[in-house]
Design a protein around this ligand. Structure first.
Ligand SMILES: [Zn+2]
Length: 283
C-alpha cells in the first residue's frame, strides 16, 4: 500500500509557523518534512502554493501570481505542488506566469483560496484559470470550509458554490479541500451529484498527537464525517491529505484509518489521487 498526501503546506507563512510551534508540534522545515515523509512511507505530497509579502500578511492581496512553495530552496524529492492563485491580480501578464508555472514538471494542479480571498469560485475573474486547468488536464483544488484567518469571509468558502461551478465547467475536475468542513454533508451531496468533483479529507481536525488521541477517537466526531462519506458513496473520489504542518502526519494517518472502511482505505490513501494528479509517476 502506498500513500499520497494530497494536501500539505510548504510556504513561509507566519500563521503556519505559529500553528506548528503552538498547536501541532510539527517541525516545519525541510528536515521536518523529509522526516515525516520517510517515517510514514509517503510516496508523494502535494504542497498548496501560497505566499505572503509581509509577516502575517496572508490572505495577502499583494501576493505574486502564481503563489508557490517558498519555505526552502531545496525540496524533498516527494514534493509536488499546485500553483496558488491570487484573484486580485489576474492580468494577462500574471495569467502568462501562471501558465508558465503549469509547465513545471512538479506542478500537478491549481489551488484557489475562496474565503481567504473575497471572491466566489463562480466569479468571472477565475474563467481564464479554469480554461488553463482544462487545457492542461489539471485539477483545481478549492479551499472550502473553516478559515484559518479572521479576515476571511465564510460565505465564499461555503462548498455549495462548487455545485454551480461543477455544472458550468463540465470539462474541469474540482477538488473540495477539507471536505468543506464543517459543511461536510453539503460536500457529500455535491460529490454524489457531480462526477467531476472530488474531495480531500485533510485538516478535519487540527492539533498535536495528544489531541488526536482524544478527539481523533471521539464517536460524535467520527460519525459526523462517516455519515457524510457514506451518504456520498463516492469512495473513488475521496483523497487522503493531512494539511501538514497543522497536524502530525502519523496521527492523521491513524485517524483516517479509523474513519475509512477497510475495503476502501487503499484507494483513499493513494490510488485515487493518481487518477487526477496524473503527473505523479505511478511507480
Ligand atoms: Zn491547507
Amino acid at each position: 500500500m502506498f500513500i499520497i498526501d494530497a494536501h500539505i503546506h510548504y510556504s513561509n507563512i507566519t500563521s503556519f509557523r505559529e500553528a506548528a510551534e503552538q498547536e501541532s508540534g510539527c517541525d516545519y522545515s525541510l528536515e521536518g518534512l523529509q522526516g515525516e515523509l520517510a517515517r510514514n512511507n509517503i510516496r508523494a505530497a502535494i504542497g498548496m502554493g501560497l505566499q505572503e509579502t509581509f509577516p502575517s500578511g496572508f490572505p495577502d492581496a499583494e501576493s505574486p501570481n502564481p503563489m508557490g512553495l517558498d519555505l526552502s530552496d531545496i525540496w524533498p524529492e516527494q514534493l509536488y505542488f499546485c500553483p496558488g492563485i491570487n484573484p486580485h491580480n489576474l492580468s494577462n501578464t500574471s495569467l502568462h506566469h501562471i501558465e508558465e508555472a503549469l509547465h513545471h514538471p512538479r506542478a500537478v494542479g491549481i489551488k484557489l483560496y475562496p474565503g481567504y480571498y473575497h471572491f466566489s469560485v463562480n466569479d468571472h475573474v477565475y474563467g481564464p484559470v479554469y480554461e488553463l486547468a482544462a487545457h492542461y488536464k489539471l485539477p483545481v483544488v478549492i479551499h472550502s470550509g473553516d478559515i484559518f484567518s479572521e479576515r476571511g469571509l465564510l460565505k465564499y468558502a461555503y462548498p455549495l458554490d462548487i455545485d454551480e461551478l461543477a455544472v458550468t465547467h463540465r470539462h474541469n475536475i474540482f477538488v473540495v479541500a477539507h471536505m468543506g468542513d464543517p459543511w461536510v454533508r453539503e460536500t457529500a451531496e455535491i460529490l454524489r451529484k457531480n462526477p467531476n468533483v472530488y474531495t480531500d479529507i485533510s485538516g478535519l481536525l487540527v492539533g498535536d498527537k495528544l489531541y488526536f488521541e482524544g478527539m481523533g477517537r471521539e464517536p460524535l466526531i467520527l460519525n459526523e464525517f462517516r455519515h457524510a462519506l457514506v451518504y456520498a458513496a463516492r469512495w473513488d473520489n475521496i483523497l487522503f491529505g493531512t494539511d501538514w504542518p497543522l497536524v502530525p502526519m502519523d496521527a492523521y494517518c491513524e485517524f483516517v484509518a479509523r474513519l475509512i472502511p477497510e475495503k476502501y482505505l487503499e484507494n483513499v490513501l493513494g490510488k485515487n489521487a493518481l487518477n487526477i494528479f496524473t503527473r505523479i509517476p505511478i511507480n
